[in-house]
Design a protein around this ligand. Sequence first.
Ligand SMILES: [Zn+2]
Length: 304
Amino acid sequence: MRDGDTVRRFLFERFPVRGYVVHLDASWRALVEHHDYPPVIRDTLGEAAAATVLLASTLKFEGLLTLQMQGPGPMHLLVSQATHRMAIRAVARFQGELPPERRLQSLAGTEGHVTVTIESEDRTNRYQGIVPLVGDGLAACLQHYFERSEQLPTRLWLAATPERAAGLLLQRLPTGASASSEEDEMQAAEGDENWNRVLHLAQTLTPDELVKLPGSELLRRLFHEEDVRMFDAGPVFFQCTCSRERVTGILRSLGEREVMSVVEERGEVEVRCEFCNRAYRYDAVDVAGLFAATPAAGPSAALQ
Ligand SMILES: [Zn+2]
């Protein structure tokens, strides 16, 4: 399908509003293929994955954006991540009886919250914003997140089916007007009018249209009376960041006794990545190696 697994930036030529539209196909199916998610969880995860790509698209950063939903409800944890290269991964954990409807407060619990964390690649910079679960869906929650963190006015529309996850984001950009002169006031009023008109047009979008229409067609249909400049769509792909090195670190932190007891019982330790289902296996010899004294720095280390 055209525009599949892409995120596309667009601009309104006559006033300072920009947007992004994302469609996840193969990347979305890869996220769910090893999981048996009930529909309410699956669709929530799809919307979260689309939202994560949109949020990461608005940033100028090199690193990782993590959207996490946590709460005391049956869906107690949802994690969705996107790198600046638009590599995505996501997982949801749930237990017990699920609500029939897809309200976040019913799924994650009324005391649940959404956390957005942005980390630079070298992990020297970290920003985190936390918002309670407000409104019915993730789009409303994220709108609240943008308001709370005093970022630019932003609205999102999200939708997911077993085959596709999609999202639209609109963001009002600053004009540079100071509201101190009459001219600036007029400009601000005009800006409000344009922003409200664009939002009103976007509200007419149905979840079905958002999921099914290719991004370019969707924009043309919604904003055909506006002057919209569309940029080339960039790829989004599924990629897990798990590695044997990371799993080794987790096992080390558990301690030798704990890990050895599993080996004695089962003959090996198997750690399966929740995101991609990849299995990492360690037999008795591997485990012994994990907890052997760290070797003295060899010549290769000395060269660095
Ligand atoms: Zn993995």
